[in-house]
Write a protein that binds this ligand. Structure first.
Ligand code: XIL
Length: 360
């Protein structure tokens, strides 16, 4: 993700014409606690790793107890599941799906098609598959194999991740676009539907809350797909936030409302709020969590997933990720962007989120 110039963007304020429809109640997951879980109006999810869900690890109990859905942070990316064109590695993905089944949680499969040139979306062998026919066959076969394997066990898939350029509403001219053609999104969605007719199919995009032109382009993409009868059930807004990039009031609610009018569900799929450093007033961070959760619920989102569980293991504190996001270079301390602290204690932000998700 390259969001570094967002800090210098002049952000236009959004209209206050908000949708106030409340999403239908969603049954919360079975919890390990004796107390009945609160009835949430939208799922609370977390990105997880198989290692941190092992029985002795603290994330296992926290996730089973407090969340409704898990997203494998890396375990279902093809860089993990497809070490070569013909070999598969399901170790982490299987462990997460089994954990979710034991704990009564949904799984958001993440992700089948991600053309970001750097990073861990595509394995090297696929990047090097230059022939369009071979590339297309490998992609469609990969979607079929992975979705079929988890048919009935993964409730929804982020089929295509980040189809747009980081900072504009242009479709990214990535390897999928170049080798399969501009309709690669449609081809991928149709292949996923064929592999599991009952799984929800989603596309997922970043930074739309900060970039109005990109948000508009996302709406137009969805309008076109739905208009052509392409199978698409939901749109994920990643919502990686920055305290220093003001989030225009109503931006998230307006976008959710505009997308829902097209007949898709909408979720915030990767929320985190870096900034809880020692020298920073934590109330600013909490206010941003509240703004996001309130708008999500007011506009009828079906899910709010945080990108990680505790502050002990956020991607934003990894040196390689920090190096790729100059916006974070100034952080010399942990970013503390999540709802649980390093020792697994719920932070005030967790209560804010819970309050928003259970309000009627
Ligand atoms: C990130 C993981 O959190 C990191 O561990 C990994 O090194 C890189 O990918 N948008 C996405 C996620 O859709 O898949 C990314 O996950 C974060 C940005």
């Amino acid at each position: 993700m390259s969001l570094h110039v967002i800090s210098v963007l002049v952000l236009s304020s959004c209209s206050s014409d908000r949708t106030t429809t409340i999403a239908p109640p969603i049954t919360t997951a079975t919890t390990t606690s004796a107390a009945p879980a609160p009835q949430r109006v939208a799922r609370l999810g977390a990105a997880v790793s198989a290692e941190r869900l092992a029985p002795a690890e603290p994330d296992a109990e926290l996730v089973a107890r407090h969340f409704d859905s898990v997203t494998p942070e890396n375990a279902m990316k093809w860089s993990t599941t497809r070490p070569s064109a013909t070999t598969w590695n399901w170790v982490g993905a299987d462990a997460i799906v089994e954990f979710a089944e034991r704990s009564g949680l949904d799984v958001r499969g993440h992700t089948l098609v991600w053309g970001q040139p750097s990073g861990n979306g595509m394995p090297a062998w696929l990047k090097e598959t230059l022939n369009p026919a071979d590339f297309t066959a490998a992609v469609l076969d990969g979607i079929d194999t992975q979705v079929t394997r988890y048919r009935g066990r993964v409730q929804r898939w982020d089929v295509v991740n980040e189809p747009f350029e980081a900072l504009s509403g242009e479709l990214q001219k990535n390897a999928f676009f170049e080798r399969m053609g501009p309709d690669y999104i449609e081809q991928a969605l149709r292949a996923a539907r064929a592999a599991d007719p009952d799984a929800e199919l989603w596309i997922n995009e970043n930074a739309t809350e900060y970039l109005p032109a990109k948000a508009d382009a996302l709406v137009e993409l969805v309008r076109g797909l739905k208009g052509r009868g392409v199978p698409l059930d939901g749109v994920g807004l990643q919502t990686h936030l920055f305290l220093d990039a003001p989030l225009p009031a109503g931006a998230i609610a307006d976008l959710i409302g505009g997308l829902r009018e097209l007949g898709v569900d909408v979720a915030l799929t990767e929320v985190d709020v870096p900034g809880g450093s020692a020298n920073r007033d934590p109330t600013a961070q909490q206010a941003l969590w509240k703004q996001v959760a309130d708008e999500c619920v007011a506009a009828g989102c079906v899910e709010l997933t945080t990108w990680g569980v505790t502050d002990a293991s956020t991607w934003l504190d990894s040196p390689t990720v920090r190096a790729g996001i100059p916006f974070l270079e100034s952080f010399t301390v942990p970013t503390r962007p999540l709802l649980f602290d390093e020792s697994g204690q719920a932070k005030p932000a967790f209560d804010i989120i819970e309050e928003a998700l259970t309000r009627r």
